[in-house]
Design a protein around this ligand. Structure first.
Ligand SMILES: [Zn+2]
Length: 122
């Protein structure tokens, strides 16, 4: 990446050091949250990308419309997947034996009640 492009981005998004600090703090909060490990990969990635864009808004030009558009875009990807879940995907959504809340695709320990479910992932 040329110095010219870096300078241009710096003016739009602010200093990268400040952006990195904001974004990393937000990500650490997400990783520490109760539901993080139970999220699907696309949900995790979308949230990380959204936080990246939030960091740019908070550290740089908040009136740069593309940053807001990108946030909508990543949220929309997850929304579309959830609304268009095929019959196969629906079958993959397992409910916790104990609390009947979704356990998620990543493991067999319930995020809500910590019950160890006996789930056979295909
Ligand atoms: Zn449970």
């Amino acid at each position: 990446m040329s110095d010219e492009i870096l300078k241009e981005r710096g003016e739009r998004y602010g200093e990268f050091f400040g952006h990195a600090a904001i974004t990393q703090q937000l990500k650490e909060s997400m990783y520490d949250s109760p539901n993080w490990k139970g999220l699907y990969y696309d949900q995790r990635e979308a949230l990380e990308m959204i936080v990246h864009k939030i960091g740019r808004i908070l550290n740089g030009d908040p009136n740069y419309a593309d940053s807001w558009t990108d946030i909508i875009g990543y949220a929309r990807l997850v929304e579309k997947r959830l609304l268009n879940e095929t019959a196969i995907q629906t079958k993959l959504l397992k409910l916790c034996d104990q609390c009947k809340i979704s356990v998620g695709r990543m493991g067999d320990i319930c995020c809500d009640c910590l019950h160890l479910n006996n789930i056979k992932w295909p």
